[in-house]
Design a protein around this ligand. Structure first.
Ligand code: ADP
Length: 272
């Protein structure tokens, strides 16, 4: 048996599509024929991915906005017919692997949250604003068009932090668990109308060059070794490990799959 994923005639919006997992998802959906709206709150990142898609013969346009700002989401995509929504934008913060420098003028890329006992409600807000409200904002704006069309795909990138729980990332874990629950409820609410709603749950995807940096940094190498012991496939994830499943879930091949959460995590969640 052979099959082709053909997303021609469909428009996909990928939030946080300017780098890492989101970028790989944009490229994959475009390669399958979708017109891709690349969102990122750093406009230059979205522009770069649009150029990459166009250079490969695909169709794309940039939609720079902050997913946590409902008015901005409405203003930027309110007039678009979105057939496939990939809620990918997220902020993990330094409880994870890295403290990334926030983009100029941005909020929420990295905030100083560690042990829960040291955090304040304002810290929690930053995680909920992007990882939960960002998902609800974009879904709320895109969904009426899907309902009117009688078909659609909503795919949300969640995290094993929300299923297994990640120390020093409690607010992030809570927000991701919230997003997964929101999607399950939505799947049941809209399921009769040809709209499918699924989650893809990730463990660490190396979008920060961790494996390379670990060669020069003993502490990081040690942390990486401990992390990899928890994976059945002993390496960190790569953006393309995620993009294939998202593209499949976006396709007509996945028409009878909804309300599910798919782990893409090297076997992590079955080994803890
Ligand atoms: P990952 O490692 O999970 O792929 P990255 O931090 O590399 O995550 O990429 C996430 C992308 O999402 C970045 O390009 C970032 O600018 C974007 N992003 C983060 N927060 C928001 C937001 N609130 N709205 C839109 N884009 C965002």
């Amino acid at each position: 048996m052979s099959f082709t994923i053909d997303l021609g005639e469909r428009t996909a919006l990928v939030t946080g599509g300017g780098q890492g997992v989101g970028r790989a998802v944009c490229l994959s959906l475009a390669a399958a024929g979708a017109r891709v709206l690349v969102n990122d709150f750093v406009p230059e990142r979205a522009d770069e991915v649009v150029k990459e898609i166009e250079a490969a013969g695909g169709t794309a346009a940039a939609r720079p906005f902050d997913v946590s700002d409902y008015a901005a989401v409405t203003g930027a995509i309110g007039a678009d017919q979105v057939d496939i929504l990939v809620n990918n934008a997220g902020n993990a913060g330094p409880g994870g692997w890295d403290v990334k420098a926030p983009a100029a003028g941005s909020k929420g890329v990295s905030v100083s949250v560690g042990a829960f006992a040291t955090t304040e409600p304002a810290d929690w807000d930053r995680y909920f604003a992007v990882n939960l409200y960002g998902v609800m904002n974009c879904t709320r704006v895109a969904l009426p068009g899907m309902i009117a069309a009688g078909e659609g795909r909503v795919i949300t990138i969640v995290s094993d932090a929300g299923r297994v729980g990640e120390p020093n990332m409690a607010p992030y874990s809570a927000a991701k668990a919230g997003a997964a629950g929101f999607m399950r409820a939505l799947a049941r609410e809209v399921g009769g109308g040809g709209i499918t709603v699924n989650n893809v749950s990730l463990s660490t995807v190396d979008t920060m060059g961790l494996e390379e940096r670990a060669r020069e940094d003993d502490q990081l190498a040690d942390r990486l070794r401990r992390q990899l012991k928890r994976y059945m496939v002993p390496r960190l994830g790569r953006p393309d490990d995620v993009a294939g499943l998202v593209t499949f879930l976006a396709s007509p091949l996945a028409a009878w799959i909804t309300g599910q959460t798919y782990p893409v995590n090297g076997g992590y969640s079955v080994s803890v």
